[in-house]
Design a protein around this ligand. Structure first.
Ligand SMILES: C[S@@+](CC[C@H](N)C(=O)[O-])C[C@H]1O[C@@H](n2cnc3c(N)ncnc32)[C@H](O)[C@@H]1O
Length: 201
């Protein structure tokens, strides 16, 4: 795909970043996921790239919930967002930092949970399970920012976990923030104030 407002050099960096991300994920899939369950599944990088380009505006703060190997957060940084990621798996945070260095990116990564301290999920029907979403010390303190400091928040939850991210944004996110949520089968959907926005043509 070509993007009229992205120059050739940036285009090439983004393409190389996606390729490096897929290379890492294929290795991770063969080595780590082959041996046992791990919650990291890579999103469709090129589809997320389209969404980040469509929604970008100068000076926006971006947070990735569960940033894994860091590809999406680095992509956001290269596109001009002030970009951070929180990831619960320490070894993936190291991978993300190495990838950021390799791509000369200022993206920041912290190890911890993207749930603020004290957050507990409870759906209207009493459901409290959060599926594959892990528990651990909250990452916001180290980040030096709260969830409601971010203009654009991205997450790729497993199927059925979408209500948890919507609840999290409703209770702790900025009311004006855009939530970009990657679905298992339906690309990236945009939400604001808990409402799904119409698809952009
Ligand atoms: C489905 S993967 C998506 C990875 C990445 N965002 C992407 O789109 O390619 C979900 C990631 O969230 C991480 N994760 C799960 N629960 C978390 C939590 N409470 N806080 C931070 N990261 C979490 C997992 O370790 C995993 O890397």
């Amino acid at each position: 795909m070509t993007y009229p407002d992205i120059d050739d050099a940036l285009h090439a960096r983004l393409r190389d970043l996606c390729a490096a991300g897929w290379e890492f994920f294929e290795r991770f899939d063969r080595t780590v996921r082959e041996r046992g369950f791990h919650a990291f599944i890579a999103s469709e990088y090129e589809v997320v790239l389209d969404a980040l380009i469509a929604h970008r505006a100068p000076g926006q703060r971006f947070l990735e919930l569960g940033s894994a190997s860091g590809v999406i957060t680095i992509m956001a940084d290269l596109l001009g967002y002030e970009a951070c990621g929180i990831e619960i798996d320490f070894s993936l945070v190291n991978t993300a930092r190495e990838l950021a260095t390799r791509f000369d990116s200022k993206a920041r990564f912290v190890a911890g949970s993207f749930f603020p301290a004290g957050y507990a999920y409870r759906a209207a029907d009493g459901e409290v399970r959060t599926g594959t979403l892990g528990e651990g010390a909250s990452g916001y303190l180290e980040l030096g920012r709260a969830l409601d400091d971010f203009d654009v928040v991205f997450g790729y939850p497993w199927g059925g976990e979408e209500p948890v991210l919507l609840d999290l944004m409703k209770r702790y996110g900025s009311p004006d923030a855009l939530l970009l949520m990657h679905g298992v089968n339906d690309g990236v959907q945009a939400y604001r104030g808990g409402k799904r926005l119409p698809a952009r043509s």
